[in-house]
Design a protein around this ligand. Structure first.
Ligand SMILES: [Zn+2]
Ligand SMILES: [Zn+2]
Length: 216
C-alpha cells in the first residue's frame, strides 16, 4: 500500500514526508482494519511533521482526521461500514478522567498519527472502542475535518452551555471555531466572532452568508 512517513521532522520546504510502498498494517486484537477514503490535514500534523512536537514514534505516518471503510470487521462494526479515526486512540479506562467522561485528559492517553501510524496511507488500524460510526449521506471529504476540528469545536460548544436562542462569542476563527459556529447557527444562536486575521474575517462573512441562505 502507499504510505507517507515522516522521514526527518523539519520545515516543509525540506520535504520531511516521504511516500513509500509497504504491506498493509496487521490489526491486533480488538482493532479494525480500515481502507482510508479521505484524511484531513490538521495543524497538529504540521507541528509533528515540522518537529514542533517531540517524536513519539520514529517515521510515524501522520493523519488523524481519517474517514474509511471497514475491511476487517470487529464486534460492533461490519465490513463496509464507514468509520472515522480521530486523534484520541486509547486511554487507560481506569483513572478519574476516564471514569468521569474526560478521557481526553487521561495521563496514559495515546494518539493516532503520533504514537501509532495514522491516515496518510491506503490502510490504517483503529481500536474498535475509538472508531466512530459515520453517516453515508455526506462525502468523505466533508466528514474528514469533523474528526478533529469538529470534535474540538463541538466539545467546546457543549461546555459553553449556550441556552436556546442565546448569544455565542468566539475569539479566533480557525478550523474548529468555524465548524462550531455553524452548529450554533443551526441551533438558532446569534454568533459573534472576534478575530484579527483578514482571512478569518472573510471566512466569517462566507459562513454568515451561508447561514442566512439556509434561512437561519
Ligand atoms: Zn487535529
Ligand atoms: Zn485514564
Amino acid at each position: 500500500m502507499r504510505v507517507w512517513r515522516v522521514q526527518k521532522p523539519g520545515p516543509l520546504t525540506h520535504r520531511p514526508l516521504r511516500l513509500t510502498d509497504e504491506p498493509r498494517p496487521e490489526p491486533v486484537d480488538g482493532e479494525l482494519l480500515v481502507r482510508v477514503l479521505a484524511c484531513g490535514v490538521c495543524r497538529t500534523d504540521l507541528h509533528l511533521v515540522e518537529g514542533d512536537l517531540p517524536v513519539h514514534r520514529e517515521h510515524v505516518t501522520p493523519g488523524h482526521e481519517v474517514v474509511g471503510e471497514v475491511v476487517e470487521p470487529g464486534e460492533a462494526f461490519r465490513r463496509g461500514d464507514k468509520v472515522g479515526i480521530p486523534w484520541l486512540r486509547g486511554t487507560c479506562y481506569h483513572c478519574r478522567f476516564c471514569r468521569g467522561g474526560h478521557e481526553n485528559l487521561c495521563p496514559k492517553s495515546h494518539y493516532t498519527g503520533w504514537d501509532v501510524d495514522g491516515g496518510y496511507a491506503d490502510y490504517a488500524t483503529v481500536p474498535e472502542p475509538y472508531a466512530l460510526p459515520l453517516p453515508n449521506n455526506y462525502s468523505d471529504v466533508e466528514l474528514a475535518p469533523l474528526l478533529c476540528a469538529g470534535i474540538i469545536g463541538f466539545a467546546a460548544l457543549k461546555r459553553a452551555e449556550l441556552p436556546a436562542g442565546g448569544r455565542l462569542g468566539i475569539y479566533g476563527f480557525g478550523a474548529s471555531a468555524h465548524l462550531a459556529a455553524q452548529v450554533a447557527l443551526a441551533q438558532g444562536a446569534t454568533v459573534h466572532v472576534l478575530t484579527r486575521s483578514a482571512k478569518a474575517r472573510a471566512l466569517v462573512r462566507v459562513r454568515g452568508r451561508l447561514a442566512r441562505c439556509l434561512g437561519r
